[in-house]
Design a binder for this molecule. Structure first.
Ligand code: MGD
Ligand code: MGD
Ligand code: SF4
Ligand code: MO
Length: 710
């Protein structure tokens, strides 16, 4: 440093009159990187930066999204007061007025259309306390069966797959610290390098230790670059691919007979089916060369340890549950689970994608991963809540199906907390029209999102900087997000908002909490004895122990690092293998003469989900200012497309206009569009309304489209 620079920095330092540090966790992905916001006050000007903080999962790392997250939280567009639509315009009103309006309309709907006409749409980006409370709010304050959440579009297939096969769904069966020591890894439809960037060092260390990595993805991504072998399959062919791999392993006798016998059921049936498959057929269906199938199966089967990770690439399909279960068949047949350095990971998406799928905001679920249709579970939760079991509603329908019910006039009111369904749901034109049909819509958000525009009342919520609570991360580790940044304007925490509405509806005695910790104390009891048992976890322990992996049933236990070491969670202790044929009953969208190309959708590094937050962050928005369509140069040429021109993409459901981006790295029969943009760039206008029969997951990853230059 030159003298001049030194002098400059010294003076700069002296100018900083005070510095404050606020702890939090990143508002974005499931890594839940711990962070600190540093606020420097310089005379009257405040300057901010975010730095990482050490912890067992992200080890102090942050990616670019985390480093810039404060830019949206501190953005001037934050909604800071309740807003009410009057004569088509939003007007700022007091909390009292907004609550009065909500009360009037909710009561009116309950009286004229019945209790189930009100619906609740929740989120996996809220804390465990809030997700728990939202479930209770729907069932106790509103007494409706209609509650579901955005995680349905995210973890639905992974959760159902793991529940059906293992009897339990905790994203990772092992701690993240075991990854560097495994010998072979299959990454099936996951782009961790761009979607969970701070997890990458674990995989890089594995590679340094000699691990063989196999990636399955129709595109080359930053993730497939670390792979030793990339199976570049046709979109939507993962069931056939997994069945083919298992066939090879069985034929080469790379399976673990002892494990299969002692720990699983259903192998015979699976074996009989996969034995009948012709591998040339598999190669034809999947577009993966025969030799590559052999290579992948042989290495995974031969190595003494191995792990399989799945994410939305194979899961966001109308046979997503089947795809997950077929990959779990491989894990079970080779005995690579329940022991060190072998296991499964569903790479969870949202910040609280794990915890928020455990405590009752799912249509069929009660806290602790209990079932709303199980009489004992119902009685237990009714007792915890102090209500009559008969007053507890039954199960409702999934996220997208709620909009179908709106369309049919069965649901007439909706309460949306922390989600932007007009952009994130399939068949987006239909969803938008459904929202317009509602008699009354309340949206709780940080910003005037695309969905909020259709609301009658918008309530301002606190952000990750302000809202303390627990989040369960990608590992299944419950963490305490400490957050104490001052609330801007009249903003309230999501849990406070639920309590105030409940109170306005005369249900105060069930929603009388002074802090998030008080709600957590109730959640502990509600989860006690359930599959996701948090009873042994307290705020005090979380502070001391840097997070605890559930299940943790007593205060004296450390939590559970590795699952299924001697039994699975089904009653007989065994894992259930299951057969899913290569050709599913329900046909998937497939290219034809009118719509000759596959479309698949996903993410880019710098944006998050529907983009409401990241598009407000100048440092992130600058990296990708708009949506694009990735297309192979040869395909582009066939359709008369050049680089960086506007292109119209059409499916049976709608059309969008985005810019072309030519890339050799994608299959020639496939185009890719990220889903972080709205309106005429909202790719979900193209996605069909079909749903997976087991988990009701939409098929975000396969559509049939045609493309034309404009
Ligand atoms: N930067 C960023 N990070 C995020 C998010 C974000 O929006 N932006 N969102 C978070 C959330 S909520 C989630 S759920 C996760 C999602 O994380 P991922 O599931 O890893 O992300 P996606 O991009 O949706 O899909 C992963 C990959 O699947 C591939 N794929 C598409 N179709 C198929 C197919 O048919 N078969 C196979 N095998 N692969 C296919 C895509 O090309 C893509 O590279 O990321 C989390 N992290
Ligand atoms: N085509 C296609 N569609 C997809 C996917 C795909 O891969 N392809 N992926 C799906 C997946 S995996 C997911 S997870 C969904 C996500 O879909 P959404 O849930 O709709 O997406 P977000 O952008 O997270 O919406 C969150 C909203 O809540 C607001 N918000 C943020 N923090 C808070 C808070 O603390 N409190 C409150 N009240 N509001 C807050 C934000 O401003 C934003 O408007 O999208 C799904 N849709
Ligand atoms: S987006 Fe994910 S990886 Fe990046 S800082 Fe946030 S939590 Fe960490
Ligand atoms: Mo997600």
């Amino acid at each position: 440093m030159t003298d001049l620079m030194l002098k400059y920095f010294r003076t700069k330092q002296q100018e900083v009159q005070s510095e404050k540090i606020y702890d939090s966790q990143c508002p974005y992905c499931s890594m839940q990187c711990k962070m600190q916001l540093i606020e420097q006050t310089n005379v009257t000007r405040k300057m901010y930066k975010t730095v990482g903080k050490d912890n067992p999962t992200s080890e102090g790392r942050l990616c670019i999204k985390g480093m810039n997250a404060h830019q949206h939280a501190l953005h001037r567009d934050r909604i800071k007061q309740p807003l009410m639509k009057i004569d088509g315009e939003f007007v700022a009103v007091s909390w009292d007025r907004a609550l009065e309006k909500i009360k009037e309309n909710f009561l009116e709907i309950q009286q004229t259309d019945g209790h189930d006409a009100l619906s609740v749409y929740g989120s996996a980006s809220i804390t465990n306390e809030e997700a728990y409370l939202l479930g209770k709010f729907a069932r106790v304050a509103l007494r409706t069966k209609h509650i579901d959440y955005n995680g349905r579009l995210c973890m639905g297939a992974a959760a159902t797959g793991a529940n059906q096969t293992f009897g339990m769904d905790r994203g990772f069966t092992n701690t993240i610290q075991e990854i560097p020591h495994t010998r072979c890894i299959i990454l099936a439809g996951t782009n961790i390098a761009e979607c969970q960037p701070t997890i990458m060092p674990y995989f890089e260390r594995a590679k340094e230790n000699g691990c063989y990595i196999i990636a399955i993805d129709p595109r080359e991504t930053a993730t497939t670059k670390i792979a030793d072998l990339h199976l570049k399959n046709k979109p939507g062919t993962d069931v056939a691919l997994a069945n083919g791999l298992l066939k090879v392993m069985i034929e080469k006798n790379l399976i673990d007979q002892d494990f299969i016998e002692a720990r699983t059921t259903g192998f015979e049936e699976v074996m009989n089916y996969v034995s009948s498959i012709d591998l040339e057929d598999t190669s034809e269906i999947t577009g993966v060369p025969f030799e590559q199938l052999m290579q992948a199966a042989t290495v995974f089967g031969q190595e003494e340890s191995g792990m399989i990770f799945t994410a939305r690439g194979i899961e966001q399909q109308i046979d997503g549950t089947a795809a997950v279960r077929c990959f779990l068949n491989i894990l079970l047949a080779t005995g690579k689970i329940g022991k060190p350095n072998s296991g499964y990971g569903a790479v969870t998406g949202q910040g609280n994608g794990q915890g928020a799928r455990e405590h009752g905001q799912k249509a069929d679920q009660l806290p602790g991963y209990r079932s709303i249709e199980n009489p004992e579970h119902r009685q237990y939760i009714a007792d915890v809540w102090g209500i009559n079991e008969k007053d507890l509603p039954r199960k409702g329908v999934s996220a997208y199906e709620m909009f179908e019910k709106v369309n049919h006039g069965e649901i007439t009111g909706m309460f949306v907390m922390c989600s932007n369904p007009t952009v994130s749901n399939p068949n987006a034109n239909f969803v938008k029209n459904a929202l317009k049909q509602l008699k009354f819509l309340v949206v709780v958000d940080l910003f005037m999102s695309d969905t909020a525009k259709y609301a009658d009342v918008i309530l301002p919520a606190s952000s990750y900087l302000e809202d303390e609570g627990t989040m369960t991360n990608v590992e299944g580790r419950v963490t305490l997000r400490e957050a104490s940044f001052p609330l801007p304007g009249q903003v309230k925490h999501d849990w406070q908002i639920l309590c105030e509405i409940a109170s306005a509806l005369g249900k105060n005695k069930f929603f009388n909490y002074q802090s998030a910790e008080e709600i957590f104390e109730e959640l502990r009891i509600a989860s006690r004895g359930g599959i996701a048992d948090y009873y042994g976890i307290t705020y005090e322990r979380l502070r001391k122990e840097q997070g605890i992996l559930w299940p943790c049933p007593t205060l004296n236990e450390p939590g559970t690092d590795r699952l299924f070491t001697d039994h699975f969670a089904h009653e007989d202790g065994k894992a259930k293998m299951a057969l899913f044929p290569n050709h599913s009953e329900e046909p998937k969208p497939k290219p034809d003469r009118d719509y000759p190309l596959f479309l698949t959708t996903g993410r880019v590094m710098s944006h998050y989900l529907t983009g409401e937050q990241t598009r407000k962050s100048p440092s992130l928005a600058a990296r990708n200012v708009e949506a694009f369509m990735e297309v192979h140069p040869q395909t582009a040429n066939d359709y008369g497309l050049k680089e960086d021109v506007l292109v119209k993409i059409e499916s049976k459901y709608g059309h969008i206009i985005v810019r072309s981006k030519l890339s050799e790295t994608i299959r020639k029969d496939t185009v890719f569009v990220p889903f972080h943009w709205t309106d005429s760039q909202n790719v979900n206008r193209l996605v069909a309304n079909q749903l997976d029969p087991y988990c009701r997951m939409p098929g975000f990853k396969v559509s049939a489209v045609r493309i034309n230059p404009i």
